[in-house]
Design a protein around this ligand. Structure first.
Ligand code: OAD
Length: 243
């Protein structure tokens, strides 16, 4: 009997869009069209104004916590359930893949729910990003980050900021998954952020099939074996046909 193909999903913000979580670069709705990454997504911005940055991530975490996985997430779960070896390599910092039951999820850009001390690195426990937002708070809410119980440094969000390196264990595991896969599905990423965007190129160089699912053109289309111009939910529901 032929073995089931090993499938890797490389996902970006578009994977979560139909769950109601905004992307970064979509012209009207993307986070980077409304907010300044130099203020909100780098260590210098956090050190300048910790309450602004912590409040923004608490707002994003609250939205992510109430979002629900969609039919595209369920299609990945179904593939896993019939015995395929499935790895999800995600740039997303929400936990929709985990909540959809995906067993192996590698977070290249960290997680909204892995706060740690900016000075000593101690992980926060309990996770403060799980706290509900104050009544009426919006994206501009100012909230002071709690102090680290060990060193009194400030807690920071567990996401990778501009200028920081990716978590090494996740990156190495992602490279291994790409090298060992038969098929790479690239879902909902503009393919503009490196080094993450190098993964599809690596798969293509190794001769793996690379299928892009995205309603708009992406930086990965040129090296793809096939492009499905569809939203994630509709594209992933065609998975069985694509294997
Ligand atoms: P982008 O905002 O750059 O790209 C989102 C992609 O999703 C685009 O190609 C859209 O066309 C596509 N898209 C929109 N709606 C979709 C839908 N319903 N189904 C499928 N695709 C859809 O987001 P990323 O590529 O994830 O980094 O951005 C990469 C990184 O840049 C992020 O992880 C973040 C950001 O700065 C960090 O925070 C470190």
């Amino acid at each position: 009997m032929p073995t089931a193909p090993r499938v890797v999903f490389f996902t970006g913000a578009g994977m979560s869009a139909e769950s109601g979580i905004p992307t970064f670069r979509d012209a009207l709705t993307g986070l980077w069209s409304r907010f300044d990454p130099a203020e909100l997504a780098c260590e210098a911005g956090f050190r300048r104004d910790p309450a602004l940055v912590w409040g923004w991530y608490r707002w994003r975490a609250a939205r992510a916590s109430t979002a629900m996985p969609h039919a595209g997430h369920a299609a990945i779960t179904a593939l896993q359930d019939v015995g395929h070896t499935v790895t999800v390599v995600t740039q997303n910092v929400d936990d929709l893949h985990e909540r959809a039951g995906h067993a192996r999820v590698l977070h290249l850009h960290g997680s909204l729910f892995a706060s740690r001390c900016i000075d000593c690195g101690r992980p926060a426990d309990p996770e403060p990003m799980r706290e509900p937002l104050p009544e009426g708070a919006d994206a501009g809410v100012r909230l002071e980050p709690p102090p680290c119980p060990d060193c009194r440094g400030l807690l920071r969000p567990g996401v990778v900021w501009f200028g920081e390196t990716l978590p090494d264990a996740a990156w190495q595991a992602a490279l291994q998954a790409i090298d060992a896969c038969d098929l790479l599905l690239v879902v909902g990423t503009s393919g503009l952020v490196h080094p993450a965007a190098l993964l599809p190129e690596r798969a293509a160089r190794l001769g793996r099939r690379v299928i892009v699912i995205d309603p708009d053109p992406t930086g990965i289309d040129a090296i793809a074996t096939q492009v499905l111009r569809l939203p994630a939910s509709a594209g992933l529901q065609q998975l069985q046909r694509l294997l």
